[in-house]
Every structure is written in C-alpha cells, then in structure tokens.
Design a protein around this ligand. Sequence first.
Ligand SMILES: [Zn+2]
Length: 85
Amino acid sequence: MSAGSGEYIAYHAHLMTCRSCYAPTSRYCDVGRDLRLQAEAAFIASLKTLPERRYWRALEEKNHPENMVRLDELIKQKYRGQVNG
Ligand SMILES: [Zn+2]
C-alpha cells in the first residue's frame, strides 16, 4: 500500500484508535474493514501496469476472497477517478 494516500492515512488513524480492530490477526470492525479495502483499492488503482494490478488483486483474493466484490467496486471507482481527474 502506498503510505501517502489519504485512504491509507485514514485507515491507520482508525487502527490506532479503534479497540475492535487488530490488524496482525486481520480482525476488523465494519468501519475498519472498509477503510482497509479503501486503502487497498487506492493502492491497486494507483499501480501503473495491469500485471501489477492483477498481482496485488490476486494476493488479496487469496487471503480475503470474501472481500472481492467490494474491493473490485472500489478499485473501479478509484481507477476511474484517476483517469478522469
Ligand atoms: Zn475498527
């Protein structure tokens, strides 16, 4: 994940203050889970090449297949935002 993105900063700010989230064991509250996906999607959407985006997406799919519908939606949103803006 790129440390500079606003999504990444928001995710880490949440982790530091939330008592329900514990990243080392992938335990997240609903808010934390979505912030993590936002950060992950921002990172994947920022990658320059399709092979890179596919690689990181596949990694997430392997670890968290249950997140992929939401993640794909977010990647599309963020990718379009970059292309248009
Ligand atoms: Zn949380």
